[in-house]
Design a binder for this molecule. Structure first.
Ligand code: GLU
Length: 304
């Protein structure tokens, strides 16, 4: 496996030149654009890592999977999907204008910023407690009790997060969400700033692929139903406006974040974590697309 991974990385790492690192959150602009690493965990729980697999980066939008999971564990499927929908969209992740329409009664889906902020508002816990519970779940799924959040990225997110603040307050004015908006936003900025590496991501992906079999979720939720739901959402909305093409060409349910991380789940088989901060115009890792796409062909991982 390591040999295959090394060759795929070697063949593709030159393509970092085709993209750029995210800089709309200033602290993310400091990333090394050439970084590229991957970890894959197989059915027998063997861990295979190559490249910059050990480098830390912030989880960003991949946290939307974790918060969706926690909100469902706290409130159940029905209550969560009363304020977010199931459908994919061509709108960008930070879309706001649709929330103005009187006809709109919920955020489009939990992978958009609007949907993710709505989902976070449902998670139990006042003040700091909300985020503490999110961080705790990340640690449990990643099998890493040392995970923390990056204070510099958090501050940068918060200082420049006016659009996310506008989204949250517009949703409140429309009656989609309620409660303490400032604490929901603070939790959202912190959850995006959680620091991880590809091994952590692969462990989280493996827990989903493995239907949370080995995970004590401290909840009576149907674990299989939960993992199926997360996987189905990743299929149509995990890769921003590229989710359809990613599904067609790579064929592995995945979620990416603007720091360059990609979490990929091959149901009942593999968990994959990838890092490469050079992004395409949709906000997906350029190298992630190339490397995971080739890996999918090489190991015959396309789920369709
Ligand atoms: N913290 C980022 C934001 O809210 C997350 C974006 C992403 O990874 O898609 O803008």
């Amino acid at each position: 496996m390591e040999k295959i991974l090394k060759k795929i990385l070697e063949d593709n790492k030159k393509f970092y030149k085709d993209g750029k690192v995210a800089d709309y959150i200033p602290a993310l602009g400091k990333a090394n654009i050439e970084d590229c690493g991957i970890t894959i965990i197989d059915k027998d729980k063997n861990i295979h890592s190559v490249g910059d697999y050990n480098k830390k980066f912030t989880i960003q939008s991949i946290s939307k999977i974790i918060t969706l999971m926690l909100a469902i564990m706290d409130k159940g499927f029905e209550e969560v999907f009363q304020i977010v929908g199931y459908e994919g969209t061509e709108r960008p992740f930070n879309t706001i204008s649709y929330l103005e329409s009187e006809k709109v009664k919920k955020a489009i889906n939990p992978m958009l910023n609007s949907g993710a902020i709505a989902v976070t508002s449902l998670i139990k816990g006042d003040g700091e407690k909300k985020f503490d519970r999110i961080l705790e779940l990340v640690k449990v799924l990643a099998l890493n009790s040392k995970i923390d959040y990056d204070r510099e990225v958090y501050k940068s997110e918060k200082d420049t997060g006016d659009r996310n603040k506008a989204i949250a307050y517009l949703m409140k004015s429309r009656g989609i969400i309620n409660g303490d908006i400032e604490s929901t936003l603070d939790s959202y900025f912190k959850q995006c700033s959680i620091n991880i590496n590809t091994i952590d991501l692969a462990n989280i992906a493996f827990s989903i692929a493995n239907r949370f079999e080995d995970v004590d979720l401290e909840s009576h939720i149907d674990k299989k139903k939960l993992s199926s739901l997360l996987i189905s959402i990743m299929v149509h909305s995990g890769m921003y406006n590229f989710s359809g093409e990613w599904s067609a060409k790579v064929g592995i349910p995945s979620k990416s974040g603007v720091a360059g991380g990609v979490l990929s789940v091959v149901p009942d088989k593999y968990g994959i974590g990838f890092f490469g901060p050079s992004l395409d115009e949709n906000g997906n890792s350029i190298l992630g697309y190339k490397v995971i796409g080739e890996l999918s062909n090489e190991l015959d991982l396309n789920i369709y």
